[in-house]
Ligand binder design. Structure first.
Ligand code: NAP
Length: 416
């Protein structure tokens, strides 16, 4: 495909399919969106680290061919005010894998979140957040090493579907009248109204993906998180549909908590993934008090959103929590924090969230050695107490460095 502003690197090859390392050539073209605000600083630093790790892990045999694509303020400056050009979607569909920095979204008016747009247009239905503690990272809890969960959050439905009507508008008036007159609903006059759709289709494909991931990575359990005690036909249905997928499509690989006790006397048999469910509010408490009981969490969009940030805080916060948005056709890895505009171009912030999103990407590509090398040298760097400002304020005797210096320290530690 011919692009207007995107330059396709001539030293790379296309990744031909997802979820199969055999489809990843030695010089894969990977797209990146730099991001607004601190995006430039963290993307520049992270690319240096990813490239160094790939070079060292494979002795130069493998190399990523980076291809810049545009969204947000940088796109607007290049594409005559267009914040989300069509060719960004085209390139992601053609090259399948991308990684992005944060993008600005104005609160309350202006345009719709670019992040939500990307997820919905590309149907990136699974938001995956691996949350794990790395040695040396300052944490507010006593035993952060006990947290090691992968959260699968549904990414396209729920109250994020954008079906919302402002109070006082003709659309709101019509919907309110329908709800009251036809369905007998009661609610205060002048309410804003939002609709929360959750479907069998959207739920089942997420659970199917989570189950395949659990099987491939040898994970032990999946906990379905929901508020089905209150929202029976959305959150409750989510729970039921998740169990249905496990029961009907993965009967050999899964057992429920009831079966664990009725058939196995409470001892989880090898090779079986335990499927259980918990109400959304209690899971926050469980994750703080008994995190070792949880391995993978599957949640609808809004609860998954809250839960992801809360659990990330236990292992050091959004400054280092990685994320990925994945669909059947495209994988887009991303920093989970925002653009932190006050730090723009100060070469100051922690690149950890984007860096570890890239580590997750390398793992999905099957480049495990490079991923491992980054984790090891990151932990060595933290053990030396060489950190950016955010960790420095939580660590005694730390050496505070710039984003770029932190990247250099990690790269140097790859040789240790
Ligand atoms: P934010 O950009 O995440 O920043 C909030 C605070 O978090 C920062 O002031 C900083 O705290 C800390 N922080 C964030 N990233 C950090 C990093 N890499 N290293 C160290 N500390 C970091 O949240 P926001 O101010 O609410 O949002 C700003 C803009 O980002 C908004 O337009 C929002 O819509 C957008 N946003 C985008 C995404 C995305 O693209 N996925 C996600 C969330 C928000 P201290 O100043 O206390 O050190």
């Amino acid at each position: 495909m011919a692009y207007q502003h995107i330059v396709v690197p001539d030293d790379g090859e296309k990744i031909t399919c997802l979820n199969d390392p055999a489809c990843v050539p030695d010089h894969p073209i990977i797209t990146f969106i730099e991001g607004d605000g601190i995006g430039h600083d963290i993307m520049t630093a992270s690319k240096r680290i990813w490239d160094a790790a790939v070079e060292k892990a494979y002795g130069g045999k493998r190399k990523i061919a980076w291809m810049e694509i545009y969204a947000g303020e940088k796109a607007a400056s290049i594409y005559d005010g267009d914040y989300m050009p069509q060719e960004t979607f085209d390139a992601l569909r053609e090259f399948l894998v991308g990684i992005k920095g944060p993008l600005t979204t104005p609160v309350g008016g202006g345009f719709r979140s670019l992040n939500v747009t990307l997820r919905q247009v590309l149907d990136l239905y699974a938001c995956i957040r691996p949350v794990k503690w790395y040695k040396g990272v300052p944490s507010p809890v006593r035993e952060p090493e006990n947290v090691d969960v992968v959260i699968f959050r549904e990414n396209t439905e729920d109250v994020y579907a954008g079906i919302e009507y402002q109070a006082g508008t003709p659309e709101n008036d019509r919907l309110a009248a329908f709800l009251r007159d036809e369905l007998g609903a009661t609610f205060f006059e002048g309410s804003g109204i939002g609709i929360k759709p959750i479907s069998a289709f959207g739920t089942k494909r997420l659970m199917r993906f989570a189950l395949r991931y659990a099987i491939e990575r040898g994970r032990k359990s999946i906990t379905i998180v929901h508020k089905g005690n209150i929202q029976k036909f959305t959150e409750g249905a989510f729970r039921n549909w998740c169990y249905e997928v496990a029961r009907e499509e993965f009967p050999e690989q899964t057992i429920t908590e009831d079966e664990l006790w009725s058939d196995y006397d409470g001892q989880q048999p090898d090779g079986k993934i335990l499927i259980k469910d918990r109400i959304a509010d209690i899971i926050f408490q469980h994750m703080l008090l008994r995190p070792t009981e949880f391995d993978m969490l599957v949640a609808p969009n809004l609860n998954g959103d809250y839960l992801s940030d809360a659990i990330a805080a236990q292992v050091g916060g959004v400054g280092i929590a990685p994320g990925a948005n994945i669909g059947d056709d495209v994988m887009l890895f991303e920093a989970t924090h925002g653009t932190a505009p006050k730090y723009t171009n100060l070469d100051k912030v922690n690149p950890g969230s984007l860096l570890f999103s890239g580590v997750t990407m390398l793992e999905f590509l099957g480049w495990w050695e490079a991923a491992k090398l980054i984790i090891q040298s990151y932990e060595r760097t933290l053990a030396q107490k060489v950190v950016t400002y955010d960790f420095a304020r939580q660590m005694e005797g730390a050496t505070q460095v710039k984003t770029s210096e932190f990247a250099t320290a990690i790269i140097n530690n790859m040789d240790a």
